[in-house]
Design a protein around this ligand. Structure first.
Ligand code: ACO
Length: 327
């Protein structure tokens, strides 16, 4: 099978920077606690009225510029998100409208692993339709689903979007998507949820909005699963491609918490300088975290031609995944 390429990468975050000091004024917390437990120093939140689709469009335009393509080249739009503009219409339809294109568009729900899930769906589309040009986006307004009274979750999340353009045709400088590996297991689904508004927890006209409408998480348990499953999936994808950790030039894990990232790197025996971290600036942007980190790592010059890059993610569901890119 011919391996598709990522022709363009781009990301976008809202302008409003939220510092740990801002949270000190909101809940009983401290910069010292947040930095020690999570590594997060800042994150970006949307302004009132700013939406998931708007962030996605900006990231898409940046990826298109990077690819040297116009929106009219796109044949499919895939958006991974848990915080889309509305249940109907899908955020991907709104993004396509804003880009001025009428093409198949759909949203994908796999929490923080959503981007790698969407990339795998994109690989399927490209395999079926060799001329397809698939816009794959992870976009989140996590701040719309944060309980700002819950100090154990509200400090963790940021808003943003990352995008990539997937095509069958190779191009100089465009990384090959060498392999993707997806997993899910619903048996621990209750450890990380946003339940309110779904048919399992429907909104009641005139009713109150309770904490079930926001991220609820057993942080300690999620932490343990995240470390174990991201480590496992990295080892599994390397093994099935006949590679070892020594072949990986850069590990880009889901940016949830610097302690999770460090624990995964330690277990895999990846040295610090070969593990990318930007959670300190952006917080956990859920499905946007991996594509933001990928575009950010390349923009920072952390990826060179010929590099093998290993992406890993973990999220509610649970879902977890890995991808191997060849630059
Ligand atoms: N400021 C000050 N104190 C706090 C805060 C805060 N922001 N949050 C919690 N605490 C307190 C708790 O109330 C608790 O106090 P107590 O001992 O008096 O009860 C104490 O700190 C310790 O709480 P723990 O929850 O045990 O703290 P822990 O070291 O586990 O850190 C954290 C909490 C940061 C949430 C950690 O568990 C974690 O990172 N878990 C993974 C969460 C995550 O990243 N999830 C996302 C991954 S999947 C996805 O991206 C959707």
């Amino acid at each position: 099978m011919q391996r598709p390429s990522l022709w363009g990468l781009g990301f976008h975050t809202p302008a409003r920077c939220i510092t740990n000091a801002d949270f000190e004024r909101l809940v009983d917390t401290s910069d010292e606690w947040i930095v020690t437990r999570t590594g997060i120093r800042t994150r970006y939140h949307v302004a009132p009225g700013e939406t998931c689709s708007q962030l996605a469009v900006q990231a898409a335009r940046n990826a298109l510029a990077d690819a040297g393509l116009l929106p009219q080249a796109i044949t499919h739009v895939l958006i991974a998100t848990f915080s889309g503009d509305y249940p109907i219409p899908s955020t991907s339809c709104l993004v396509a409208r804003e880009l001025g294109i009428c093409v198949p568009a759909m949203d994908i729900a796999a929490a923080c692993s959503g981007f790698l899930y969407a990339l795998e769906v994109g690989r399927g589309l490209v395999a079926l339709h060799p001329d397809a040009v698939v816009l794959v986006i992870g976009s989140e307004v996590c701040s719309s689903r944060i309980n700002f009274n819950d100090r154990s979750t509200c400090v963790l999340f940021g808003d943003g979007a990352g995008a990539a353009i997937l095509q069958a045709k190779p191009r100089a400088g465009a990384p090959l998507v060498h392999d993707i590996l997806l997993h899910a297991d619903g048996t621990a689904a209750d450890l990380l949820t946003v339940r309110g508004g779904g048919s399992g927890c429907p909104p009641i006209l005139g009713g109150t909005i309770g904490p079930e409408y926001f991220v609820e998480m057993n942080g300690r348990e999620v932490f343990k699963y995240a470390v174990r499953l991201m480590t496992d999936v990295c080892q599994e994808i390397l093994a099935r491609n006949g590679l070892s950790v020594a072949d990986v030039d850069l590990l880009i894990p889901h940016q949830a918490n610097v302690r999770i990232i460090e624990a995964v790197a330690r277990k895999l025996e990846v040295p610090e300088e070969r593990c990318f971290v930007d959670v300190d600036r952006f917080g956990n942007t859920s499905a946007a975290s991996v594509p933001i980190a990928l575009a950010d790592a390349r923009a920072q010059g952390r990826i060179r031609p010929g590099d093998t890059v290993l992406l890993a993610s973990f999220g509610g569901g649970f879902t977890w995944a890995a991808a191997l890119l060849q630059f």
